[in-house]
Design a protein around this ligand. Structure first.
Ligand SMILES: [Zn+2]
Length: 505
Protein backbone atom coordinates (compact mmCIF):
# COMPACT_ATOMS: atom_id res chain seq x y z
CA UNK A 1 0.00 0.00 0.00
CA UNK A 2 2.84 2.33 0.85
CA UNK A 3 4.28 1.67 -2.57
CA UNK A 4 1.19 3.35 -3.97
CA UNK A 5 1.88 6.53 -2.08
CA UNK A 6 3.65 8.45 -4.77
CA UNK A 7 6.04 10.78 -3.16
CA UNK A 8 6.44 14.29 -4.34
CA UNK A 9 9.91 14.76 -5.68
CA UNK A 10 10.50 18.39 -5.04
CA UNK A 11 12.39 20.00 -7.85
CA UNK A 12 13.08 22.98 -5.75
CA UNK A 13 14.02 26.31 -7.06
CA UNK A 14 15.13 29.34 -5.16
CA UNK A 15 14.97 32.47 -7.19
CA UNK A 16 17.47 34.86 -5.79
CA UNK A 17 16.96 38.57 -6.09
CA UNK A 18 20.01 40.42 -4.92
CA UNK A 19 19.09 43.93 -4.00
CA UNK A 20 21.01 46.83 -2.58
CA UNK A 21 19.60 48.31 0.62
CA UNK A 22 17.64 51.46 -0.05
CA UNK A 23 16.85 54.22 2.40
CA UNK A 24 13.18 55.13 2.62
CA UNK A 25 12.19 58.65 1.66
CA UNK A 26 10.74 59.68 5.02
CA UNK A 27 12.87 61.17 7.80
CA UNK A 28 12.62 58.03 9.94
CA UNK A 29 15.41 56.69 7.69
CA UNK A 30 14.08 53.18 7.72
CA UNK A 31 16.11 50.85 5.56
CA UNK A 32 14.14 48.70 3.18
CA UNK A 33 15.59 45.25 2.73
CA UNK A 34 14.46 42.87 0.01
CA UNK A 35 14.78 39.11 0.34
CA UNK A 36 18.04 37.49 -0.70
CA UNK A 37 16.08 34.47 -1.84
CA UNK A 38 12.48 33.37 -2.18
CA UNK A 39 11.70 29.67 -2.20
CA UNK A 40 8.53 28.17 -3.59
CA UNK A 41 7.64 24.50 -3.70
CA UNK A 42 5.90 22.67 -6.52
CA UNK A 43 2.28 21.64 -6.64
CA UNK A 44 -0.32 22.61 -4.14
CA UNK A 45 2.00 22.84 -1.14
CA UNK A 46 0.87 24.79 1.91
CA UNK A 47 3.25 25.62 4.71
CA UNK A 48 1.84 26.50 8.10
CA UNK A 49 4.95 26.55 10.25
CA UNK A 50 8.68 26.99 10.11
CA UNK A 51 10.92 26.16 13.06
CA UNK A 52 14.62 26.25 13.77
CA UNK A 53 16.14 22.75 13.53
CA UNK A 54 18.12 21.38 16.45
CA UNK A 55 21.44 21.75 14.56
CA UNK A 56 20.87 25.53 14.39
CA UNK A 57 21.57 25.56 10.65
CA UNK A 58 18.54 24.00 9.01
CA UNK A 59 14.87 24.74 9.41
CA UNK A 60 11.97 22.36 9.91
CA UNK A 61 9.02 23.06 7.66
CA UNK A 62 5.61 21.40 7.55
CA UNK A 63 4.44 20.67 4.01
CA UNK A 64 0.74 20.13 3.49
CA UNK A 65 0.75 18.62 0.00
CA UNK A 66 -2.57 18.51 -1.86
CA UNK A 67 -3.04 14.99 -3.21
CA UNK A 68 -5.65 12.82 -4.89
CA UNK A 69 -6.82 10.01 -2.64
CA UNK A 70 -6.94 7.19 -5.20
CA UNK A 71 -8.93 4.96 -2.86
CA UNK A 72 -11.59 7.66 -2.42
CA UNK A 73 -11.76 8.01 -6.22
CA UNK A 74 -12.38 4.26 -6.53
CA UNK A 75 -15.01 4.35 -3.78
CA UNK A 76 -16.85 7.35 -5.20
CA UNK A 77 -16.78 6.29 -8.84
CA UNK A 78 -17.43 2.57 -8.43
CA UNK A 79 -20.71 2.60 -10.44
CA UNK A 80 -18.93 4.35 -13.33
CA UNK A 81 -16.01 1.91 -13.11
CA UNK A 82 -18.39 -1.08 -13.18
CA UNK A 83 -20.26 0.54 -16.07
CA UNK A 84 -17.07 1.03 -18.10
CA UNK A 85 -16.00 -2.59 -17.46
CA UNK A 86 -19.42 -3.76 -18.63
CA UNK A 87 -19.08 -1.68 -21.79
CA UNK A 88 -15.65 -3.18 -22.54
CA UNK A 89 -16.96 -6.72 -22.12
CA UNK A 90 -19.87 -5.93 -24.40
CA UNK A 91 -17.39 -4.83 -27.07
CA UNK A 92 -15.41 -8.10 -26.72
CA UNK A 93 -18.60 -10.12 -27.11
CA UNK A 94 -19.65 -8.07 -30.13
CA UNK A 95 -16.23 -8.62 -31.75
CA UNK A 96 -16.53 -12.36 -31.26
CA UNK A 97 -19.94 -12.32 -32.92
CA UNK A 98 -18.86 -10.50 -36.08
CA UNK A 99 -15.46 -12.01 -36.72
CA UNK A 100 -14.70 -15.24 -38.59
CA UNK A 101 -15.59 -18.34 -36.56
CA UNK A 102 -13.01 -20.92 -35.49
CA UNK A 103 -13.85 -24.54 -36.23
CA UNK A 104 -13.57 -26.70 -33.14
CA UNK A 105 -10.43 -28.91 -33.19
CA UNK A 106 -8.84 -27.18 -36.22
CA UNK A 107 -5.77 -24.89 -36.28
CA UNK A 108 -6.31 -21.19 -37.04
CA UNK A 109 -4.20 -18.07 -37.41
CA UNK A 110 -4.32 -16.19 -34.11
CA UNK A 111 -4.75 -12.81 -35.77
CA UNK A 112 -7.25 -13.42 -38.58
CA UNK A 113 -8.74 -16.83 -37.69
CA UNK A 114 -7.76 -18.22 -41.14
CA UNK A 115 -8.17 -22.01 -41.24
CA UNK A 116 -4.62 -23.40 -41.55
CA UNK A 117 -5.31 -27.00 -42.67
CA UNK A 118 -3.92 -26.62 -46.17
CA UNK A 119 -1.32 -24.00 -45.49
CA UNK A 120 2.26 -25.28 -45.98
CA UNK A 121 4.22 -22.07 -45.48
CA UNK A 122 5.36 -20.74 -42.13
CA UNK A 123 3.34 -17.58 -42.68
CA UNK A 124 -0.45 -17.11 -42.74
CA UNK A 125 -1.53 -16.85 -46.43
CA UNK A 126 -4.25 -14.40 -45.39
CA UNK A 127 -2.51 -11.86 -43.13
CA UNK A 128 1.18 -12.84 -43.30
CA UNK A 129 1.56 -13.51 -39.55
CA UNK A 130 4.60 -15.69 -38.72
CA UNK A 131 3.04 -18.98 -37.60
CA UNK A 132 4.95 -19.82 -34.45
CA UNK A 133 3.32 -22.52 -32.27
CA UNK A 134 1.83 -19.72 -30.18
CA UNK A 135 0.14 -18.16 -33.23
CA UNK A 136 -1.50 -21.45 -34.27
CA UNK A 137 -4.61 -21.68 -32.14
CA UNK A 138 -6.92 -24.68 -32.05
CA UNK A 139 -10.63 -23.78 -32.19
CA UNK A 140 -12.45 -24.52 -28.92
CA UNK A 141 -16.11 -24.47 -27.91
CA UNK A 142 -17.39 -20.91 -27.18
CA UNK A 143 -16.54 -19.80 -23.69
CA UNK A 144 -19.45 -18.30 -21.78
CA UNK A 145 -17.33 -16.86 -19.01
CA UNK A 146 -17.20 -13.39 -20.52
CA UNK A 147 -20.93 -13.36 -21.10
CA UNK A 148 -21.47 -14.46 -17.53
CA UNK A 149 -19.20 -11.73 -16.12
CA UNK A 150 -20.84 -9.12 -18.33
CA UNK A 151 -24.28 -10.16 -17.12
CA UNK A 152 -23.11 -9.85 -13.54
CA UNK A 153 -21.74 -6.35 -14.16
CA UNK A 154 -24.96 -5.44 -15.96
CA UNK A 155 -26.93 -6.61 -12.91
CA UNK A 156 -24.74 -4.53 -10.59
CA UNK A 157 -25.02 -1.42 -12.77
CA UNK A 158 -28.78 -1.92 -13.09
CA UNK A 159 -29.10 -2.46 -9.36
CA UNK A 160 -27.19 0.74 -8.68
CA UNK A 161 -29.30 2.75 -11.12
CA UNK A 162 -32.49 1.42 -9.51
CA UNK A 163 -31.43 2.04 -5.92
CA UNK A 164 -29.02 4.98 -6.26
CA UNK A 165 -31.18 7.31 -4.20
CA UNK A 166 -30.55 5.12 -1.16
CA UNK A 167 -26.92 4.23 -1.94
CA UNK A 168 -24.48 6.82 -0.62
CA UNK A 169 -21.26 7.20 -2.60
CA UNK A 170 -19.36 8.74 0.24
CA UNK A 171 -18.85 7.77 3.83
CA UNK A 172 -16.45 6.17 6.23
CA UNK A 173 -15.30 3.74 3.53
CA UNK A 174 -13.54 6.63 1.74
CA UNK A 175 -11.16 6.88 4.70
CA UNK A 176 -10.26 3.20 4.95
CA UNK A 177 -7.07 3.69 2.98
CA UNK A 178 -4.99 6.68 2.02
CA UNK A 179 -3.45 6.04 -1.38
CA UNK A 180 -2.25 9.55 -2.01
CA UNK A 181 -0.87 10.89 -5.23
CA UNK A 182 0.39 14.48 -5.16
CA UNK A 183 1.44 14.21 -8.81
CA UNK A 184 -1.99 13.17 -10.03
CA UNK A 185 -3.46 16.08 -8.06
CA UNK A 186 -1.03 18.47 -9.70
CA UNK A 187 -1.89 17.09 -13.14
CA UNK A 188 -5.64 17.17 -12.47
CA UNK A 189 -5.43 20.75 -11.21
CA UNK A 190 -3.55 22.00 -14.25
CA UNK A 191 -5.79 20.11 -16.66
CA UNK A 192 -9.14 21.02 -15.13
CA UNK A 193 -9.96 17.43 -14.05
CA UNK A 194 -12.38 18.41 -11.32
CA UNK A 195 -13.63 14.86 -10.73
CA UNK A 196 -10.14 14.01 -9.52
CA UNK A 197 -9.16 17.06 -7.50
CA UNK A 198 -12.51 16.99 -5.73
CA UNK A 199 -11.29 13.79 -4.02
CA UNK A 200 -8.57 15.76 -2.30
CA UNK A 201 -6.61 14.62 0.72
CA UNK A 202 -3.58 16.14 2.33
CA UNK A 203 -0.25 14.43 2.66
CA UNK A 204 1.49 16.01 5.64
CA UNK A 205 5.25 16.03 5.89
CA UNK A 206 7.83 17.60 8.09
CA UNK A 207 10.94 18.27 6.07
CA UNK A 208 14.32 19.72 6.85
CA UNK A 209 15.34 22.56 4.55
CA UNK A 210 18.72 24.15 3.98
CA UNK A 211 17.90 27.89 4.08
CA UNK A 212 20.92 28.78 1.94
CA UNK A 213 19.59 26.86 -1.06
CA UNK A 214 15.95 26.15 -0.21
CA UNK A 215 16.60 22.48 -0.90
CA UNK A 216 14.80 19.77 1.07
CA UNK A 217 17.61 17.82 2.75
CA UNK A 218 15.47 15.30 4.63
CA UNK A 219 11.87 14.21 5.00
CA UNK A 220 11.39 13.33 8.65
CA UNK A 221 7.69 12.74 9.12
CA UNK A 222 4.89 11.68 6.79
CA UNK A 223 1.29 11.40 7.90
CA UNK A 224 -2.21 11.63 6.52
CA UNK A 225 -3.98 13.07 9.56
CA UNK A 226 -3.81 16.74 10.30
CA UNK A 227 -3.56 19.61 9.64
CA UNK A 228 -0.33 20.23 11.51
CA UNK A 229 -1.05 23.38 13.51
CA UNK A 230 2.37 23.72 15.08
CA UNK A 231 5.56 21.88 15.89
CA UNK A 232 8.37 22.09 18.38
CA UNK A 233 11.58 20.05 18.51
CA UNK A 234 12.58 18.90 21.99
CA UNK A 235 15.69 20.53 23.41
CA UNK A 236 17.93 17.46 22.90
CA UNK A 237 16.99 17.50 19.22
CA UNK A 238 16.08 13.80 19.29
CA UNK A 239 12.40 14.28 18.70
CA UNK A 240 9.86 16.71 17.37
CA UNK A 241 6.36 17.19 18.79
CA UNK A 242 3.58 18.26 16.45
CA UNK A 243 0.00 19.15 17.19
CA UNK A 244 -3.23 19.07 15.21
CA UNK A 245 -6.66 20.34 16.39
CA UNK A 246 -7.27 17.01 18.13
CA UNK A 247 -3.96 15.40 19.04
CA UNK A 248 -0.24 15.72 19.73
CA UNK A 249 2.32 13.30 18.31
CA UNK A 250 6.01 12.88 19.01
CA UNK A 251 8.34 11.64 16.27
CA UNK A 252 12.00 10.70 16.28
CA UNK A 253 13.98 13.22 14.22
CA UNK A 254 16.47 10.47 13.36
CA UNK A 255 14.14 7.74 12.06
CA UNK A 256 10.80 9.52 11.69
CA UNK A 257 9.24 6.82 13.90
CA UNK A 258 6.14 7.72 15.90
CA UNK A 259 7.19 7.72 19.57
CA UNK A 260 4.01 8.85 21.29
CA UNK A 261 0.54 9.96 20.31
CA UNK A 262 -2.03 11.50 22.63
CA UNK A 263 -5.50 12.42 21.49
CA UNK A 264 -8.17 14.69 22.87
CA UNK A 265 -10.68 11.87 22.63
CA UNK A 266 -12.38 11.22 25.96
CA UNK A 267 -10.62 14.16 27.63
CA UNK A 268 -12.76 14.96 30.71
CA UNK A 269 -11.89 18.68 30.67
CA UNK A 270 -12.72 19.20 27.00
CA UNK A 271 -15.93 21.04 26.26
CA UNK A 272 -17.72 18.51 24.09
CA UNK A 273 -18.35 18.11 21.23
CA UNK A 274 -15.92 20.63 19.79
CA UNK A 275 -13.04 22.01 21.79
CA UNK A 276 -9.94 21.92 19.61
CA UNK A 277 -6.37 22.40 20.70
CA UNK A 278 -5.40 26.04 20.28
CA UNK A 279 -1.82 26.07 21.45
CA UNK A 280 0.93 23.71 22.56
CA UNK A 281 4.40 23.96 24.06
CA UNK A 282 6.89 21.32 25.22
CA UNK A 283 8.97 21.43 28.38
CA UNK A 284 12.79 21.26 27.95
CA UNK A 285 12.94 17.59 28.93
CA UNK A 286 10.54 16.73 26.15
CA UNK A 287 8.41 14.74 28.59
CA UNK A 288 5.45 16.99 29.17
CA UNK A 289 3.48 18.87 26.57
CA UNK A 290 1.30 21.73 27.71
CA UNK A 291 -1.80 22.23 25.62
CA UNK A 292 -4.49 24.88 25.70
CA UNK A 293 -7.98 24.05 24.50
CA UNK A 294 -10.29 26.53 22.83
CA UNK A 295 -12.50 26.57 25.94
CA UNK A 296 -9.58 27.79 28.06
CA UNK A 297 -8.58 24.52 29.69
CA UNK A 298 -4.78 24.39 30.01
CA UNK A 299 -3.50 20.85 30.52
CA UNK A 300 -0.26 18.96 31.06
CA UNK A 301 0.06 15.77 29.00
CA UNK A 302 2.77 13.24 29.86
CA UNK A 303 4.12 11.85 26.57
CA UNK A 304 5.52 8.64 28.09
CA UNK A 305 2.57 7.59 30.23
CA UNK A 306 -0.29 9.35 28.45
CA UNK A 307 -1.40 10.91 31.75
CA UNK A 308 -3.42 14.11 31.31
CA UNK A 309 -4.22 16.72 33.93
CA UNK A 310 -5.88 20.10 33.77
CA UNK A 311 -3.58 22.63 35.45
CA UNK A 312 -5.34 25.95 34.85
CA UNK A 313 -8.82 26.82 33.75
CA UNK A 314 -8.94 30.27 32.21
CA UNK A 315 -12.04 31.67 33.92
CA UNK A 316 -14.43 33.39 34.04
CA UNK A 317 -13.25 34.67 30.70
CA UNK A 318 -14.77 31.78 28.81
CA UNK A 319 -13.87 31.46 25.18
CA UNK A 320 -10.52 33.13 24.69
CA UNK A 321 -9.63 34.47 21.29
CA UNK A 322 -5.89 34.05 21.60
CA UNK A 323 -3.98 31.81 23.98
CA UNK A 324 -0.20 31.74 24.20
CA UNK A 325 1.92 29.20 26.02
CA UNK A 326 5.64 29.66 26.45
CA UNK A 327 7.89 27.49 28.58
CA UNK A 328 10.53 29.61 30.34
CA UNK A 329 13.42 27.18 30.67
CA UNK A 330 15.51 29.48 32.88
CA UNK A 331 12.80 29.88 35.52
CA UNK A 332 11.26 26.47 34.91
CA UNK A 333 7.84 28.03 34.55
CA UNK A 334 4.99 27.90 32.11
CA UNK A 335 3.83 31.32 30.93
CA UNK A 336 0.14 31.41 29.98
CA UNK A 337 -1.37 34.46 28.30
CA UNK A 338 -4.78 34.97 26.83
CA UNK A 339 -6.69 37.74 25.16
CA UNK A 340 -10.44 37.69 25.32
CA UNK A 341 -11.52 40.67 23.28
CA UNK A 342 -10.36 44.04 22.00
CA UNK A 343 -9.30 45.37 25.38
CA UNK A 344 -8.68 42.57 27.79
CA UNK A 345 -5.78 40.20 28.31
CA UNK A 346 -4.24 38.32 31.20
CA UNK A 347 -0.89 36.76 31.91
CA UNK A 348 0.06 34.21 34.54
CA UNK A 349 2.97 31.93 35.33
CA UNK A 350 2.56 28.39 36.54
CA UNK A 351 5.23 26.50 38.49
CA UNK A 352 5.38 22.76 37.73
CA UNK A 353 7.16 22.10 41.03
CA UNK A 354 4.45 23.46 43.31
CA UNK A 355 1.82 22.92 40.62
CA UNK A 356 0.38 26.35 41.25
CA UNK A 357 0.16 29.82 39.73
CA UNK A 358 3.01 31.94 41.08
CA UNK A 359 2.25 35.29 39.44
CA UNK A 360 -0.68 36.78 37.63
CA UNK A 361 -1.90 40.08 36.23
CA UNK A 362 -4.60 41.39 33.90
CA UNK A 363 -4.25 44.33 31.57
CA UNK A 364 -5.88 46.13 28.71
CA UNK A 365 -4.99 46.82 25.11
CA UNK A 366 -6.80 48.97 22.57
CA UNK A 367 -6.94 46.17 20.02
CA UNK A 368 -6.66 42.43 20.16
CA UNK A 369 -3.25 41.36 21.44
CA UNK A 370 -1.90 39.49 18.43
CA UNK A 371 1.53 38.56 19.65
CA UNK A 372 2.84 37.94 23.17
CA UNK A 373 6.33 36.79 23.94
CA UNK A 374 8.74 36.82 26.85
CA UNK A 375 12.48 37.36 26.87
CA UNK A 376 14.44 34.18 27.63
CA UNK A 377 15.29 35.42 31.14
CA UNK A 378 11.60 36.06 31.76
CA UNK A 379 12.15 39.70 32.74
CA UNK A 380 10.15 41.38 30.00
CA UNK A 381 6.88 40.64 28.29
CA UNK A 382 6.37 42.03 24.78
CA UNK A 383 2.86 42.51 23.56
CA UNK A 384 1.81 43.66 20.11
CA UNK A 385 -1.45 45.51 19.94
CA UNK A 386 -3.26 45.13 16.63
CA UNK A 387 -5.46 48.23 16.59
CA UNK A 388 -3.16 50.74 18.26
CA UNK A 389 -0.03 49.52 16.45
CA UNK A 390 1.79 49.71 19.71
CA UNK A 391 4.30 47.42 21.34
CA UNK A 392 3.92 47.26 25.12
CA UNK A 393 6.82 46.05 27.22
CA UNK A 394 5.64 44.93 30.65
CA UNK A 395 6.97 43.37 33.80
CA UNK A 396 5.53 39.85 33.58
CA UNK A 397 5.11 39.52 37.36
CA UNK A 398 3.40 42.81 38.18
CA UNK A 399 2.08 43.85 34.78
CA UNK A 400 3.70 47.30 35.12
CA UNK A 401 4.24 48.93 31.73
CA UNK A 402 8.01 49.36 31.42
CA UNK A 403 7.97 50.94 27.98
CA UNK A 404 5.90 51.36 24.84
CA UNK A 405 7.10 51.56 21.27
CA UNK A 406 4.93 53.36 18.77
CA UNK A 407 4.57 51.57 15.44
CA UNK A 408 2.77 53.86 13.05
CA UNK A 409 3.36 51.56 10.08
CA UNK A 410 0.28 49.38 10.39
CA UNK A 411 -1.42 46.51 12.14
CA UNK A 412 1.05 44.46 14.07
CA UNK A 413 0.81 40.75 13.92
CA UNK A 414 3.47 38.10 14.63
CA UNK A 415 6.40 39.07 16.84
CA UNK A 416 9.93 37.78 17.42
CA UNK A 417 12.87 38.81 19.53
CA UNK A 418 16.57 38.41 18.77
CA UNK A 419 18.55 36.11 21.07
CA UNK A 420 20.49 39.05 22.54
CA UNK A 421 17.21 40.83 23.29
CA UNK A 422 18.23 43.94 21.37
CA UNK A 423 16.03 43.66 18.32
CA UNK A 424 12.32 43.20 18.14
CA UNK A 425 10.58 42.03 14.97
CA UNK A 426 6.90 42.61 14.22
CA UNK A 427 5.02 41.81 11.05
CA UNK A 428 2.31 43.97 9.57
CA UNK A 429 -0.63 42.16 8.10
CA UNK A 430 -3.06 44.30 6.19
CA UNK A 431 -1.72 47.45 4.62
CA UNK A 432 1.84 46.67 3.58
CA UNK A 433 2.88 43.14 4.51
CA UNK A 434 6.41 43.44 5.87
CA UNK A 435 8.60 42.64 8.84
CA UNK A 436 9.57 45.71 10.85
CA UNK A 437 12.77 45.65 12.85
CA UNK A 438 13.04 47.71 16.03
CA UNK A 439 16.37 48.51 17.65
CA UNK A 440 15.43 48.25 21.33
CA UNK A 441 18.58 50.09 22.44
CA UNK A 442 17.97 53.12 20.26
CA UNK A 443 14.17 52.62 20.59
CA UNK A 444 13.79 53.16 16.86
CA UNK A 445 12.37 51.19 13.94
CA UNK A 446 15.43 50.71 11.79
CA UNK A 447 14.45 48.45 8.92
CA UNK A 448 11.59 47.05 6.95
CA UNK A 449 11.90 43.61 5.36
CA UNK A 450 9.59 43.58 2.39
CA UNK A 451 7.74 40.59 1.05
CA UNK A 452 8.06 39.57 -2.60
CA UNK A 453 4.42 40.24 -3.46
CA UNK A 454 2.18 42.63 -1.60
CA UNK A 455 -0.73 40.24 -1.14
CA UNK A 456 1.46 37.74 0.69
CA UNK A 457 0.89 37.86 4.41
CA UNK A 458 3.90 37.19 6.56
CA UNK A 459 2.77 34.50 8.90
CA UNK A 460 5.92 33.75 10.83
CA UNK A 461 9.38 35.19 11.46
CA UNK A 462 12.36 33.05 12.42
CA UNK A 463 15.74 34.38 13.50
CA UNK A 464 18.71 32.14 12.83
CA UNK A 465 21.37 31.78 15.57
CA UNK A 466 23.98 33.42 13.31
CA UNK A 467 22.35 36.73 14.32
CA UNK A 468 21.86 38.10 10.82
CA UNK A 469 19.67 35.70 8.85
CA UNK A 470 15.93 36.22 9.07
CA UNK A 471 13.58 33.64 7.59
CA UNK A 472 9.94 34.46 7.00
CA UNK A 473 6.96 32.41 5.95
CA UNK A 474 4.74 34.17 3.40
CA UNK A 475 1.23 32.85 3.02
CA UNK A 476 -1.54 33.78 0.66
CA UNK A 477 -4.90 32.96 2.20
CA UNK A 478 -6.90 34.18 -0.78
CA UNK A 479 -5.11 31.95 -3.28
CA UNK A 480 -5.56 28.72 -1.41
CA UNK A 481 -2.69 29.09 0.99
CA UNK A 482 0.19 29.14 -1.49
CA UNK A 483 3.34 29.55 0.57
CA UNK A 484 6.78 31.06 0.07
CA UNK A 485 9.85 31.03 2.27
CA UNK A 486 11.85 34.23 2.21
CA UNK A 487 15.42 34.68 3.41
CA UNK A 488 16.75 38.11 4.44
CA UNK A 489 20.24 39.14 5.42
CA UNK A 490 20.47 41.78 8.16
CA UNK A 491 24.15 42.41 7.40
CA UNK A 492 22.81 45.05 5.05
CA UNK A 493 21.96 47.09 8.15
CA UNK A 494 25.65 47.44 9.05
CA UNK A 495 26.36 49.06 5.69
CA UNK A 496 24.21 52.04 6.62
CA UNK A 497 25.52 52.43 10.15
CA UNK A 498 22.83 50.75 12.26
CA UNK A 499 23.81 48.98 15.49
CA UNK A 500 25.05 45.52 14.47
CA UNK A 501 23.72 42.62 16.49
CA UNK A 502 25.83 41.33 19.38
CA UNK A 503 27.93 44.52 19.49
CA UNK A 504 29.07 46.04 22.80
CA UNK A 505 26.77 48.59 24.33
ZN1 LIG B 1 -3.79 -14.68 -40.55
Amino acid sequence: MLALVLSLLPGLFGQASFAQPEVAADDRATIIIHPDAVFTYPGDTWIRNIHLASDGEHIYVDFHVGSVNLWAVLVFYWPEIVGVLFGLMLLVMLWRLIRRKRIIGQPHCRRCNYLLIKAQSDRCPECGLLLTPRNRVIGRPQSWRIALAASLLLAITGGYLAGRARLPREGAVSDWFHWLSPRLYDWAWHNGQQWLHQRKAWLMKIVEIDPSSGRVTRTMVQRTRGPIMGMQPTRDGDSIVIWTPTEVAQYSTETGRLLAELSLEGNPWAYQPCDPLKMMTVDPDGQTVYVALYSGSVQAWDLATGHMQEIVKLQPRGMSIYIWLQYLAGQNRLAISDSLAQYDFAHRQWDPESRSIVSEFAGTTSGAATGILLTDDGSQLFLTDYAASLVQIRDPDTGTVLDTIDAAMGDLYAAALSADGRRFFATTWRRQPAIHVCDLVAKRWIAELRGPVTQFHIRQVLLMPDGHTVIALGWNSTQGGISKIMVYDLDQLAEVGATPPNSEQ
